[in-house]
Design a protein around this ligand. Structure first.
Ligand SMILES: Cc1cc2nc3c(=O)[nH]c(=O)nc-3n(C[C@H](O)[C@H](O)[C@H](O)COP(=O)(O)OP(=O)(O)OC[C@H]3O[C@@H](n4cnc5c(N)ncnc54)[C@H](O)[C@@H]3O)c2cc1C
Length: 467
């Protein structure tokens, strides 16, 4: 750890960034490109934030904290990978292809055809076995209405997507087997809970916008070698100073009291070690609760930070299962009418997967509020049994190893009203700027949103924007 003591040693650092997740990395890259000097302070020993992996000592295999997937419309994230020189480490389909099973193992396929958008998914949708003809006809009507609805209308931020779907005559079955299939993994919340505005965003930008907007992508290796490690190498090579393993404890302001709507400037960041880091401008790329915890009380009382306090988290649980034999053929698949949501075949997705006779599968559970407090043993037992319902080969297979990863604070919730609580990059504190996927990017809690937020904050620093 090389944080300078409070002796003026850090006077040359122009911009201090707090947080080395995707938002912090993106902000650092953009500021370096603009010729600024950058110091990045990160609590952990590695970069990548919530998109991280660790190596399982028993199998030698990288294990992600949670499977991360991108879609073709994540244009900033894809260009960010190119900027880092690691685009080839991520696979992206050239046309959506997603198998959808029900609990009895009946298979459907959602796949892009050669038809132009928004009709590219139509042929596979017409053959989709998990909806009857009446539900499909209504769903097509709903999709057409979704396409032509202005999602930025304030009313749509006040109601849930479920309410909107009911208004459009969607059946419970269509809501569960189509609309929630799209929404739950992308917004990490049930269609009953998210705002209509964000639900419509997923359908408009993700499904209908272009022939490739719904193509699915994933890292070919663990998340650390696919983001955090190469980002660390590049930032170091570009001259950024990285202070890792060093949580920020407090943000120090010019004056102890905040008068009126504008506060005094930030003078330094105090680290948990007691040392301080100084810059001209400061970018917080911390999760919203981490930012609130380092603000002095007088700054935390400002309306912008009071709003942030009302944001909420939604959890994700991933269950990594090592079978002694292959049980699933697909690279990944989704489920309806089953507690299973998505299963990823890590033995096929990961280039580093060992070619033994077994298979590693990851059960990914979004909107996992009902699971997060269950014991790991209980979750493993339940989902091993569910896998056996759907995959006949799993019934005779032995599960040789299980790792359950729970992420309680996985993504912020896109509840009605949440968008109004998300600030832009400027704050009433003149030299403090905000990044983080929870800031107002128009995107849900995703890597795309995080990268966008980092660029927005860098832009605001460069332009000297205030709230
Ligand atoms: C299990 C899981 C699955 C997900 N799946 C997907 C997916 O499929 N697709 C997708 O696009 N997104 C997915 N996400 C969301 C995505 O990971 C996040 O939206 C994104 O990584 C957030 O990036 P960020 O930089 O804004 O925040 P973070 O990644 O949270 O970065 C903040 C950084 O700040 C650091 N920090 C915290 N406190 C301090 C402090 N006091 N001092 C210094 N540093 C501090 C943290 O250690 C962290 O590195 C998933 C998230 C989880 C948890």
């Amino acid at each position: 750890m090389d944080a300078g003591l409070d002796t003026g040693l850090d006077a040359g650092a122009e911009v201090v960034i707090l947080g080395g997740g995707l938002a912090g990395i993106a902000a650092a890259l953009a500021l370096l490109d603009a010729g600024r000097r950058v110091t990045l302070v990160e609590a952990r020993q590695f970069l990548g934030g919530r998109a991280f992996s660790f190596t399982d000592a028993a199998t030698g295999q990288p294990v992600d904290n949670g499977q991360h997937v991108i879609v073709g419309c994540c244009d900033h994230f894809i260009r960010f990978l190119e900027r880092l020189g690691i685009r080839e480490r991520w696979h992206l389909q050239s046309g959506l292809r997603l198998s959808v099973f029900d609990r009895q193992g009946k298979a459907g396929l959602l796949a892009a055809s050669r038809l132009p958008a928004p009709c590219h998914l139509l042929p596979s949708f017409l053959a989709y076995p998990h909806l009857n003809a009446r539900d499909k006809a209504r769903a097509l009507f709903g999709l057409a209405q979704a396409r032509f609805t202005n999602r930025h209308h304030p009313h749509l931020e006040r109601i849930t997507f479920y309410q909107w779907l009911k208004e459009k005559g969607q059946s419970e079955r269509a809501i569960q087997n189509l609309w929630n299939l799209l929404v739950e993994p992308t917004l990490n919340d049930h269609v009953r809970d998210v705002s209509a505005a964000m639900g419509l965003m997923i359908v408009q930008d993700g499904m209908l916008q272009g022939r490739h907007s719904a193509d699915l992508g994933y890292p070919r290796d663990g998340l650390l070698p696919s983001i955090g490690a190469p980002a660390r190498k590049l930032l170091t090579a570009r001259g950024a100073r990285l202070i890792l393993g060093s949580p920020a404890r407090r943000l120090l302001l010019e004056s102890d009291s905040v008068a009126g709507p504008v506060a005094g400037s930030v003078t330094a960041i105090e680290l948990a070690s007691g040392e301080t880091v100084r810059g001209q401008e400061y970018v917080s790329a911390l999760p919203f609760n981490a930012l609130l915890s380092i603000l002095p009380p007088e700054a935390a009382a400002l309306p912008l930070f009071q709003d942030i306090r009302r944001l909420e988290w939604s959890p994700i649980v991933n269950i990594h299962l090592w079978y002694d034999r292959p049980v699933m053929a697909e690279e990944f698949c989704a489920f309806v009418d089953s507690p299973l949501q998505w299963v990823f075949n890590k033995s096929r997705l990961l280039e580093s997967a060992t070619a033994g006779g077994g298979q590693c599968l990851t059960v990914s559970l979004s909107a996992a509020a009902d699971y997060i407090d269950q014991s790991r043993e209980e979750l493993a037992r339940r989902f091993i049994a569910e896998m056996a319902e759907v995959f006949p080969a799993a019934r005779a297979a032995q599960v040789e190893r299980v790792i359950v990863v729970k992420q309680r604070e996985a993504t912020f919730r896109c509840l009605p009203g949440a968008n109004a609580l998300r600030p832009g990059p400027g704050t009433p504190i003149p030299n403090l700027f905000l990044a983080g996927e929870w800031t107002n990017t128009g995107w849900p809690s995703t890597m795309e949103g995080a990268v966008r937020s980092g660029y927005n904050a860098a832009q605001a620093v460069i332009q000297g924007q205030r709230q």
